[in-house]
Write a protein that binds this ligand. Structure first.
Ligand code: NAP
Length: 353
């Protein structure tokens, strides 16, 4: 009984979100709707039962920390479809619905012979979530091959187009995490995949996997296979050990700060940035601070990659917040470096956070 003619009722009250976040934290949404198109979305938003309530747009739930029940409407994006929409001399333009699984989309592009996104294989989540945090891995950021997106503006009810400049992409960051946070539902994204393909094999783990396989001149699919192999060896499968991928961003420090740290920690990995600052590896800092494989209640830092926070069973958002606070304090104390959480938090922040 949505009250809107023949539109099926998509709204469900009091829905458990445990199965909708890869950290498997418990929380309930006052209202939940899985939306497959703009008509369905409009019907849900026009429903008087959810008028005035806060809204949250959910993708794959793989970059999300749930901290208590949500008293509003959760919109699960299920816009599907993928196709090549255009081709010119230089590139293929490929579009996918915001609800498409990211990895499936990447593999599909590679199977069509369109290289480019292979380094981002097996990144969890959806196509619509990819621009929000400008997903990146093994020397490639999504922004590089991003062309445009269409989003539904939850404030005005209009569909809006964004080109690359509009999105203000940064390191694991975009307009959709800053000024536009919470306002848009990303319905579809278009990528521009250049026909002149350049392999990106600079990251040590990927180079090693290719060398071990005896591949000197890899194809995009072979790089994808290598990335999959590395990720599966190093990162926990959320279906087996719940997690939200990298839990902390890699911090960037001044050249002076870096020089001071290097004097004390000559083996510290560091990566100079074009602006003169230096990127540090958060996972290494956490490991040195003694948190690799360590637990705090039901949560902990993964034994094979300290950057990943894992739920060993029965954790709540408060447990995750407590671990975050403890790890941040220890890294700050040891290195004078402030860590920043990568996943989005939904819900009331506990006093521990
Ligand atoms: P890693 O190889 O242990 O390296 C640690 C960090 O050093 C990485 O985070 C990476 O920064 C940086 N790094 C390594 N080699 C580099 C190079 N040649 N040039 C510049 N920076 C370099 O990293 P990992 O944890 O196994 O992750 C591998 C890649 O997958 C990384 O790019 C990582 O960001 C990405 N990843 C992302 C998530 C996520 O949830 N967002 C989860 C897992 C892995 P960058 O992170 O800036 O690349």
């Amino acid at each position: 009984m949505s009250g809107l003619g023949h539109t099926p009722d998509l709204l469900r009250p009091d829905v458990a979100l445990d199965g909708f976040n890869t950290l498997r934290l418990p929380a309930r949404a006052a209202w939940f709707a899985r939306v497959e198109d703009v008509d369905g979305l409009r019907a849900v938003l026009d429903d008087p039962r959810v008028a005035g309530l806060p809204r949250f747009v959910l993708g794959g739930g793989s970059n999300l920390v749930l901290n208590g029940d949500f008293p509003g409407l959760v919109l699960q994006v299920a816009f599907h479809g993928r196709s090549k929409i255009f081709e010119d001399e230089e590139a293929h333009y490929v579009k996918a619905g915001g609800g498409e699984n990211w990895h499936d989309f990447v593999r599909w592009t590679l199977e069509q012979g369109w290289g480019g996104l292979e380094n981002l294989s097996l990144v969890p989540g959806t196509v619509g979530a990819a621009p929000v945090q400008n997903i990146g891995a093994y020397g490639l950021e999504m922004a590089e091959f991003f062309y445009s997106l269409r989003a539904y503006d939850l404030e005005t009810g209009k569909t809006v187009g964004f080109d690359k400049a509009d999105c203000h992409f940064g390191y694991r960051d975009s307009f959709f995490k800053q000024g536009g946070a919470g306002r848009y539902l990303i319905a579809g994204v278009t990528f521009r995949l250049p026909k002149r393909w350049v392999p990106r094999t600079g990251y040590a783990d990927v180079a090693r996997a290719l060398a071990e396989a005896g591949i000197a001149q890899p194809t995009p699919l072979q790089i994808s296979d290598a990335v999959i192999q590395v990720r599966q060896a190093k990162l926990p499968d959320p279906a087996v050990l719940p997690n939200a991928g990298s839990f902390f961003k890699n911090p960037v420090v001044s050249a002076e700060h870096h020089a001071r740290l290097l004097a004390d920690y000559p083996a510290m990995p560091s990566y100079p940035q074009p602006d003169g600052q230096v990127k540090l590896a958060a996972g290494w800092l956490i490991e040195q601070a003694g948190w690799k494989g360590r637990v705090l209640g039901p949560v902990g830092c993964y034994a094979r990659q300290a950057l990943v926070v894992v739920n060993h069973g029965g954790a709540s958002g408060a447990h995750v917040a407590a671990l975050r606070a403890a790890v941040c304090a220890e890294v700050l104390n040891t290195f004078g470096v402030e860590l920043e959480q990568e996943p989005v938090t939904l819900g009331m922040l506990s006093p521990l956070s």
